[in-house]
Each structure stands twice: as C-alpha cells, then as structure tokens.
Ligand binder design. Structure first.
Ligand code: GLU
Length: 484
C-alpha cells in the first residue's frame, strides 16, 4: 500500500495540506504501507523554492515524515515534477499516436470568444472540439510551425463513475467534463497529466486528496483507461471549514502552519487537533499521539459534513498539552519558541537606543512575545490623522500587500507602507502611527520596519486582520473599490 501527499508549492503551507497529509500518513501506516511526498510544481509561474521548503519544514515540524520525497530520495524519484519533464513527453506522444489526445491550435482569442458564447447560452464552459476535426497529417504538419497544446479526448455522452472509498459511486456526466489540456504550448505537462503519470509510476495504490478534486477525477480515470493502467482507489476528503461552515480560507482566518508555529501552538497539539477532525473520539480522550491516531483511523468514520476548524478547541487542547509538559520540557518549548540568540540580538539592538534602565526592556519588547493584541477601537483610532474609513482602508491595503509580497523583510514592509500612504494621498509619517499601534501595540516603539520583519508575516497579518475586524471588515463593495 502506497499513499502520497502532492502539494503544489505556490504559497504558505496550508493546514489543509497537513490535514490531508495526516490522513494519508495514518492510512498507509495503519496498513504497514509507505507514505510519500511529491512536489507538484507544474505551474512554473506560481511555484517557488521558498514555498516548497516551507511546506517540507512545516510538515516535519508537525511530526510527519515521509518514506520517499524530494529531500529524502527513494526508488521512484525524482519526486519533484519539474525534475521529471522528460518523462511526461513520452506519454503525451503515446496518447496522440493512439488517438486519445489531439493537438489544439486554437488561439487564446478564439477560446475567449467560445467561452463568452457558452456563457451567454448558459452552457458549461467546455472546449467545443474544433481541432478534433483537423486530420492527422495536417496536425503533424502544422505542429512544425504553429504553437499548440495537447488536449485529451472526452466522450460526448454517458456517465463517468468514480468509486470513492467513503462516498461510494460518484457519477458525473461526460458532457460536463472538459477536454482538458494535458500539455501546454511550452511542452510542459499540466497537473492532470503529471499527476496521473506519477501516481502510476510511483505505484500509488490509494489516492487520498481534498474533495475539490472530485470534478477532476473523471479526467484522471479516463487517462488511466487510455494508458491501460490499474486505477488506484480514490478517497476525496472534505475540506476544513470555518465555524460558519464556509471553506477555511485565509481571508477569514489564519491558515498557514507558520502562523500556528509563530503563535506558540505545540506541533503535537496542532497535529492532535487535526487528528480529532479525522477520527471519532469520546469526551475525555481527546489527547492522542500520532500512534494512537493511526490505530483509531477508519475511513468509514470520516465525516463527510466538513470538519470544523474550531480555534476554541485548538486553544483548549494546546493549553492542556502545555500544562501537561514537565517543567523542563516546558522550558525547552519556551526557549525554542521565544527565539535563539540571534533573534534576541536583533531585539536588544533595536531597543538599546531607547532604554534608560534594563527594566525598560520588558514593556518595550513585550509585543514580540505576544500573538494577537486585541486593541480597542479607541486605541486604534485615537490620535490618527486618517478618519475611521481611511484607517480601515490603510489596514486592508497593507494586509493584501503583505500577503502578495514574494518575501517579507523590512524593505518589503517599508515599500508596502509607502505604497499604502501614496494610495491614500498621504505621507508615510501620516500613517506610521497607525501601523506602530497595530503591530507593536504602542504609538512609539522600536523601529517599525525592523520590528515587523522580526514579527514575521503571519503575526503581522493577523494583527492587521484583528484591528480590521474591530473596526469593521471591508464589505465586498469596499474590497472592490479599494483594490483598484
Ligand atoms: N497538487 C495538487 C494539490 O495541490 C494535488 C492534488 C492531488 O492530490 O491529486 O492539491
């Protein structure tokens, strides 16, 4: 038995990835199988090495380990799709030769027009098959000079039936399934082709992934059939939800594993918490180790309703586990979380010019050791040059820009805040006080940009979000107006 987690390194390491990884891990280990990690970076424009590293580090931090992966190697490598480009080409050629795929020469303009027409006619967006009618010889010839993509053939009628380990038969009409692009015009595969080829070559027996992939499953099933390969078992697990049942997204709540680390959650508590969303447990038996989670895991017990990521419960569990540590173990955790000598060196260097007594350090640096600051409206608005909506807009703009920045250091912070000031037709000094208050809790503190870098992106964005929620999160209309 072999399972895998196949993250795309396009952003922060998401708790949802950890949740699906944990399920894959427990399922494989319960049956004495192997769990592996594959990096799916076919989207070259959005994938980054930093994101890949952060995903590996965070999953490890949580206590998960993989038997095979890009960092540990293994007999089925390489485990990063960008290192496997040469492999996919051969399979595309095979599908073309056997008539299961075809070259598509349609221009982006034509595809736009087609989609617009479909939209007006209230039809599902789907490639209309124009290039299916290009004769083979002509297709060969045009391929020499024209750009093209390769699409898979999809039946026009009938029903695809996916066997899901938890949901049973899932039926999807073929005429709603698009003729998926398998190879882009640059010769690189799309997710769908690479995913199926790799799951086959890596001998994955059970594909366990988030339910957002259900609609792709017919395409994958068809590819297995075209290639004549055994179809793995599928299990589509429900996505984590906010308490209001909406999809857990970083717009509403922190989702990055790095946030939980920065906030001082214990990795084993976070893993335990995710585990409780996956196994059934009675009151009083919530504290579980990874081994206990493995023992208890049953596919049939997975709730299909969408497990709720309940921060109150996480806090409770984390507190419980913190209090149960021996004093020595607790001290170890405090020191690991609080920072090493280098981090302290940066803090004290920032503080040195502002102290008269060493005892000033406590109040001056306390904000580095806090999570959310829970400031009141009055604390946020008093003495500000901007009015209430100006403050809200400044906070929202900064939060979005912090998110979008490829890295997060003091130059980023400075550039973002200058940009925000400009958008509001103000000077940086007119908004500096606001960001001092929101990020450090006080209108005067150690230098702001350095402080923000040391706090890190996750804590900064959470403090911005907290302040924004206190003053009123932007409405959909405000978001639209402010973004442009
Ligand atoms: N790369 C996909 C993702 O990021 C993997 C989906 C799958 O497991 O098939 O979620």
């Amino acid at each position: 038995m072999r399972t895998r987690i196949a993250p795309s390194p396009t952003g922060d390491p998401h708790v949802g990835t950890a949740y699906v990884a944990l399920i894959n891990y427990c399922f494989a280990k319960k049956h004495g199988g192997k769990f592996l990690l594959r990096i799916e970076d076919t989207d070259q424009a959005r994938s980054t090495a930093e994101s890949e590293q952060a995903i590996l580090d965070s999953l490890r931090w949580l206590g998960l380990s993989w038997d095979e992966g890009p960092d540990v190697g293994g007999p089925y490598g390489p485990y990063r799709q960008s290192d496997r480009s040469a492999i996919y080409r051969k399979y595309v050629d095979q599908l073309l030769a056997e008539g299961h795929a075809f070259r598509c020469f349609c221009t982006p303009e034509r595809l736009d027009e087609m989609r617009e027409a479909q939209r007006l006619a209230k039809l599902p967006p789907r490639y209309d098959g124009l290039c299916l009618r290009v004769p083979a010889a002509e297709s060969e010839a045009r391929a020499q000079t024209e750009p093209y993509v390769v699409r898979m053939r999809v039946p026009d009628r009938g029903t695809a039936v996916i066997e899901d380990m938890r949901r049973g038969k899932i039926e999807i009409e073929w005429n709603t399934v698009d003729m998926q692009v398998l190879m882009k015009s640059d010769g690189l595969p799309t997710y769908h082709l690479a995913n199926v080829v790799d799951d086959h070559l890596m001998e994955i027996t059970h594909v366990i992934r988030g339910e957002e992939w259900v609609s792709s499953a017919p395409k994958h099933l068809l590819l297995y059939q075209y290639f004549g390969w055994d179809v793995p078992a599928f299990l589509h697990v429900p996505l984590l939800r906010n308490p209001d049942k909406s999809k857990l997204s970083k717009r509403k709540n922190p989702t990055s594993i790095l946030f939980f680390k920065a906030m001082g959650y214990l990795p084993e508590a976070l893993l335990n918490f995710l585990g409780l969303l996956m196994v059934s447990s009675a009151e009083g038996e919530e504290v579980m180790t990874l081994d206990e989670l493995i023992a208890r895991f049953e596919v049939d017990h997975l709730s299909l309703g969408g497990p709720v990521f309940d921060f109150v419960k996480l806090d409770w569990l984390n507190g419980k586990r913190l209090r149960e540590l021996t004093p020595a173990a607790f001290l170890d955790r405090v020191l690991t979380w609080g920072g090493d000598r280098e981090r302290f060196a940066t803090m004290t260097a920032l503080a040195q010019a502002r102290v008269e007594r060493l005892s000033d350090l406590g109040p001056l640096l306390a904000f580095f050791f806090a999570g959310r600051l829970n400031l009141t409206e009055a604390q946020l608005l008093d003495g500000q040059k901007l009015d209430r909506d100006g403050v809200r807009r400044a906070l929202a703009l900064a939060m979005w820009e912090f998110d979008a920045a490829p890295q997060f250091d003091k130059t980023t912070v400075e550039t973002v805040l200058k940009g925000v000031a400009e958008r509001l037709e103000r000077k940086l000094r007119d908004i500096a006080r606001l960001f001092y208050v929101v990020l450090t809790g006080s209108p005067t503190s150690v230098p702001l940009f350095d402080a923000a870098e040391l706090l890190g992106r996750d804590i900064c964005r959470e403090r911005l979000r907290g302040a924004l929620n206190t003053l009123g999160a932007p409405s959909a209309n405000e978001q639209k107006a402010w973004r442009t």
